[in-house]
Ligand binder design. Structure first.
Ligand SMILES: Cc1cc2nc3c(=O)[nH]c(=O)nc-3n(C[C@H](O)[C@H](O)[C@H](O)COP(=O)(O)OP(=O)(O)OC[C@H]3O[C@@H](n4cnc5c(N)ncnc54)[C@H](O)[C@@H]3O)c2cc1C
Length: 398
């Protein structure tokens, strides 16, 4: 019996490990389009960039002693036929499977902007980070297009190594969707105090320069000098290879409550690419791009797969998770539990918004998340998480 896992990141690795833990004795083939074995992405915008983590330290290490797992790195799946249970690789090879795990994550969204293109970069992969790291030299002028988590993390890292940094974003404040206006404005204030310049409510209308970018022109005509432009304007789920199988691929692959793609037996999705309903938050199906969710989803999905393949009598459980993430942006360190983006209001429940604090996120007066800003309050994260879990269980009977 063979399970094929498509994707070579955290969720692919944990899927393989979880299948073995659950007693799957068959063949596992992991098809991964990057040439690296699974590695840790979060340090790419932080420790790796400023030099505290080496490339070797990013590697998760694969269960090399398991000869039943084949790592086909440097190969992409370009087409799938879920009726016939076949996958086509870019090199023309065809793979058959009994069980399939979609673990293909996301790619960086690109905008179409006129002018020279040399000097435009994104940050998603280790190779992207290696090339960005080479550019982060004291005095280099970086413009970040987009003020989300990755943009703000890189901005502060770049500043730490001596770059001159501007952030340009169409939103009113950084990270407005997950954090809301008040908290976003406070985070902006802290980054500005550290010397990062923000140009909010603006986009880049044109890249200026001859052979390569020398400056950018904003919508309002402002020109900012730039040696390079990092684009962190969101992500696009990697689902092209699943097209043509009557799946809902509008924003990632829609799964049922057991993480089956379109409810199809023996085909599950995990990590950033999966769009699923999380009953603990009574939310419409959403993708959650968090490191921990990449792990948690594999626990549910591999149980589903084992059941679908007839390898266990255990009933699979519907997915229900407490999302959490962290983001280190210079001296602004955030930890969050729950689904902040669902909230319509916020309330500081401990500390002051200008210092170490805990901010509760509410939807119709019910708590859907908690954000901790600061390193000391983070030590008490488990308590805040427990409280939130208790509240949510009481509200949703999960
Ligand atoms: C710079 C950066 C910083 C981050 N920081 C944080 C953080 O501080 N906190 C946090 O909670 N989360 C953070 N994240 C998010 C976290 O890393 C992701 O949620 C996690 O990596 C998702 O794992 P995944 O396995 O679903 O996807 P990925 O890790 O993206 O792996 C998917 C893999 O599949 C490959 N692939 C795609 N299509 C195909 C195909 N057709 N065939 C074969 N292979 C394919 C991709 O190339 C990729 O290697 C960060 C992400 C980035 C990029």
């Amino acid at each position: 019996m063979r399970v094929v896992i498509v994707g070579g990141g955290l969720s692919a690795l944990r899927s393989a490990e979880n299948l073995r833990k659950r007693g799957f004795e068959g063949e596992i083939v992991v098809v991964a389009d990057e040439e690296h074995l699974p590695y840790n992405r979060p340090p790419l915008s932080k420790e790796f960039l400023w030099g505290d983590a080496t490339q070797d330290e990013l590697s998760f290490g694969v269960p090399a002693e398991d000869p039943g797992i084949e790592w086909k790195v440097g190969h992409s799946v370009i087409f799938s036929n879920l009726e016939e249970k076949t996958l086509t690789l870019r090199n023309g090879e065809t793979l058959t499977y009994d069980g399939l795990v979609a673990a293909t994550g996301v790619s960086s969204r690109r905008l179409s902007i006129p002018g020279p293109q040399e000097g435009r970069i994104v940050l998603r992969s280790l190779n992207d980070a290696i090339s960005l790291k080479e550019k982060l030299k004291p005095g280099a002028r970086l413009v970040c297009l987009g003020a989300g988590f990755i943009g703000c993390e890189v901005a502060r890292t770049a500043q730490r190594v001596g770059c001159d940094v501007d952030i340009v974003a169409i939103d009113p404040v950084p990270m407005v969707v997950p954090l809301g206006k008040d908290v976003g404005a406070e985070v902006q204030r802290r980054h500005e105090a550290a010397g990062v310049r923000f140009h909010m409510g603006q986009s880049i209308a044109e890249m200026l320069g001859h052979d390569r970018i020398e400056a950018v022109k904003l919508d309002d005509g402002t020109e900012l000098p730039a040696d390079f432009v990092l684009e962190t304007v969101g992500s696009v789920p990697n689902t092209e290879w699943l097209a043509g199988n009557a799946l809902d691929l509008k924003n990632g692959v829609l799964t049922d409550a057991y993480l089956r793609c379109g409810g199809r037996s023996g085909v599950v999705a995990v990590g950033d690419v999966a769009r699923f309903a999380n009953p603990m938050f009574a939310a419409d199906p959403l993708r959650i791009e968090h490191w921990q969710t990449a792990i948690d989803t594999t626990v549910f999905a591999t149980a589903t797969l084992m059941s679908d393949l007839g390898l266990t009598d255990e009933e699979p459980k519907p997915v229900s998770i407490m999302p959490w993430f962290w983001s280190d942006q210079g001296n602004v360190r955030m930890t969050s539990y729950g689904m902040l983006g669902l909230a319509d209001s916020t309330e500081v429940v401990e500390g002051e918004i200008t210092g170490e604090c805990a901010v509760s996120y509410l939807r119709d007066g019910e708590q859907v998340g908690i954000l901790l800003i600061g390193t000391e309050i983070k030590q008490r994260g488990a308590r805040f998480k427990r409280q939130l879990a208790k509240t949510r269980r009481g509200l949703t009977a999960v």
